[in-house]
Design a protein. Structure first.
Lengths: 206, 206
C-alpha cells in the first residue's frame, strides 16, 4: 500500500519505519525533503521523501504526524485529499494542554480542514517507542481508533495490527473527544508522573 | 476503616460489598435508609445504612457513587466534610455525554461543592462488574486515580489495591479532565460498540 507520512518527528519516523519494514511503499512528505534530517531518515528506512503534495498525490493512506500548530498548514499543503484515508495521529496540544475537547476534538478540526478525506484517528494515544516495539512481555498494547468511514477504519485497523498492536474501534470520529484526553493521560503518566515512556494502554477482555 | 457510601446503585453496592468483605465498617448513606432496596443491600452485605448525614458523620472515607444530577444535593445533605477523604466515583454524564471537560471536570465541581474535603477521583472509569471481580485471567485491571492531597490518595490507593486493582496515580485533581473521558471511552466500548461490560483498562509497563 502506498502510504504518505507527513511529519518526520518521532511518531512519523516510527510509523514510516515500521510500515516500510512490512513492505509498504512509504514516502515522507516534507516542506524540505532534501534537508539532512529527512535524508537521514530516507537512508535509515529505505523509504522515499518528497514535497507534501507529491508525497500525498498517489497515496491511499496519508498519515498526519505533525505538531498541532503545523497541522492545518500541512493539510493545506497536501492539496486535494478526496477519497484518501487520512490517519490522524496528532493531538491538539498547546503548552502540553488540549486546546479542544468536550464538544469537539482535534480530529473533527482535521476533518473540517481535509474535505473529502476519510479521517481515522489512530496512533495518538501512545509514544513513538511503543510504535517501534509494541511488545510488553508478549502482550500487545491496544490502539483505539475512531472514524466515520467503516472501510477506512478497516484499512487503518489492518495497518495497526500489522505492526503489532491490537486495534479496537471506539466508534465515530466524535469519539476522538475521548481518545485525545487518553493521549493527555499517557503524557501525564509518562512525564509528569515520571513513569517514563515504556507504558501503554491495553483493553483487557474476559 | 469507617467508609460511608453515598449511592446504592451498581457502583455503590459493589464497592460497599467489597470493602465490607475486607473487614471495613461500611455504612450506606441514603435519603431513604429504611427503603426495601437499601434494606436488601444491608441484608446482602452485612453493612449498615443510615441517613446521608449520619453515615458520613464518623467516616474517614466518603464514597460518592451517585448519578450526576444527585451529586451536588448529596454533598449538601452530607453536611460538614472537612478533613474527610471524598472518593469521587461519579461522572458528569447528561444524556450519556460528559457535561464538563477540557477546562474543568466533574471532580473539580465536586471539590467546589465539598469545601474542606480531600477529593480523590477513583472508580469512575470501569464498570461495577469489574469492581466485584477485578480479575482478567490473573491480570489486574488498572484503576487510575487523581487528587491534590497525597495522603488521601495513599488511602484511596490502598483501598483500591485491597479489592484487586492496580492503582496508578495520574496526578492532580485536574487530571480528572482525562479520567472522566476515559469513563466515556469505557461506556462507548461496552455499550455503543457492543463489547459488553467485561472489559477493563490496564496500564502495561516494561
Amino acid at each position: 500500500m502506498r502510504i504518505a507520512i507527513i511529519g518526520t518527528g518521532n511518531v512519523g519516523s516510527a510509523l514510516g519505519t515500521r510500515w516500510k519494514q512490512r513492505g509498504h511503499a512509504v514516502v515522507f512528505g516534507s516542506r524540505d525533503p532534501s534537508s539532512s534530517k529527512v535524508q537521514k531518515l530516507v537512508a535509515a528506512t529505505g523509504a522515499n521523501a518528497a514535497s507534501i503534495r507529491d508525497a500525498v498525490a498517489d497515496a491511499r493512506v496519508v498519515v498526519l504526524a505533525t505538531p498541532w500548530d503545523a497541522t492545518q498548514g500541512s493539510i493545506a499543503a497536501a492539496g486535494d485529499l478526496t477519497g484518501k484515508i487520512l490517519l490522524d495521529a496528532t493531538n491538539p496540544l498547546q503548552n502540553m494542554k488540549l486546546a479542544y475537547g468536550l464538544t469537539t476534538s482535534g480530529a473533527e478540526k482535521v476533518a473540517s480542514w481535509a474535505g473529502g478525506a476519510a479521517v481515522v484517528k489512530a496512533f495518538n494515544s501512545t509514544g513513538a517507542g511503543n510504535m517501534l516495539i509494541p511488545d510488553y512481555a508478549g502482550q500487545k498494547p491496544t490502539m483505539f481508533i475512531c472514524g466515520d468511514d467503516a472501510a477506512a477504519k478497516q484499512v487503518v485497523s489492518g495497518l495497526t495490527e500489522e505492526i503489532g498492536f491490537e486495534a479496537v474501534d471506539a466508534g465515530a470520529l466524535t469519539l476522538a473527544r475521548y481518545l485525545e484526553p487518553l493521549a493527555g493521560l499517557w503524557i501525564a503518566l509518562a512525564y509528569a508522573q515520571g513513569l517514563g515512556p515504556n507504558i501503554a494502554f491495553k483493553l483487557l477482555r474476559r
